[in-house]
Design a protein around this ligand. Sequence first.
Ligand SMILES: Cc1cc2nc3c(=O)[nH]c(=O)nc-3n(C[C@H](O)[C@H](O)[C@H](O)COP(=O)(O)OP(=O)(O)OC[C@H]3O[C@@H](n4cnc5c(N)ncnc54)[C@H](O)[C@@H]3O)c2cc1C
Length: 276
Amino acid sequence: MLKYLEEYHRPRDLRQALTLLKRKEIPTHVLAGGTELVLSKSPNIRAVVDLSALGLDSIEIGDTVRFGAMVRLQTLVSNPDVKALANGMISEAARREGTYAIRNLATVGGTIAVSNSTSTLMVMLLVLDTQVEINGESDQKVSLENLLEKKGKYIASNILTAAEFPNPNGWGFGLWTVAKLESDEPILVAAAAVKKENGKASDVRIALGGVHRRPIRVREMEKLLLEAGTIDEMTKVMPKLSEMISPRGNLRASGEYRKEVAPVAARRALTMAWEA
Ligand SMILES: Cc1cc2nc3c(=O)[nH]c(=O)nc-3n(C[C@H](O)[C@H](O)[C@H](O)COP(=O)(O)OP(=O)(O)OC[C@H]3O[C@@H](n4cnc5c(N)ncnc54)[C@H](O)[C@@H]3O)c2cc1C
């Protein structure tokens, strides 16, 4: 556990934190909640920059919802204003991450930086159309989807400072996980968001976890679902989702199983979103 660590820094200023991170002479890493980082045995982690004194732990809810990078996952679970958003699905997605003890430490920024394939919060953030702010600069915002595709490009020597998305008022959300036990890491995660007008879908978003190295939006499926328009018609086209993914197997389930179960999980998430 970080046995090569020589320096610990807790700057109070973002610029100072960035200067420390960009040093060439000593490999320096961001420390957020530490749930992932402190387990590392890498000889490359010789210094850490703790973000906890930078004031990145605020939640703002207006036309845009903004979660500072140091907001703890358990705060998303218990904060009543967050619970009231997206028919409770943001809080629920955070609740399904790890245990209470882990959620009390783990942060929004750390979850995005790690971007585990089966992270329920990441899959939910994808259907919320999240943008990620880098280094506290408004001109350095990148869509979460784009960040996941080119992860290394945006994260090396940078600090993710916030996650932002348009207020989801008017949308319905659904989340479905497939796992051997509720407390186990999921095999597959599906999230859906639907906006309706006159009984028909006017916008649809679908995201999956556990079918690729990182969580993904399935744009091809979203297009088909929007054309289908109603939940009955959408249910009919959902089996095509299997053809749009090439999941790999691991110790929890085979790739074939994930291919088979993805349309079922996505249909259930979509039905929840439709009925919300
Ligand atoms: C027992 C256990 C259970 C877990 N369960 C889950 C689970 O259910 N789902 C899941 O997805 N993960 C899980 N994890 C993995 C891990 O806890 C999460 O990915 C967690 O959200 C990481 O957040 P953190 O704040 O602790 O990050 P840290 O451990 O502090 O950092 C993790 C990495 O992200 C970088 N980083 C952190 N914050 C930033 C930032 N703001 N800007 C730039 N880089 C940053 C760090 O440099 C480091 O490389 C689990 C881990 C453990 C030990």
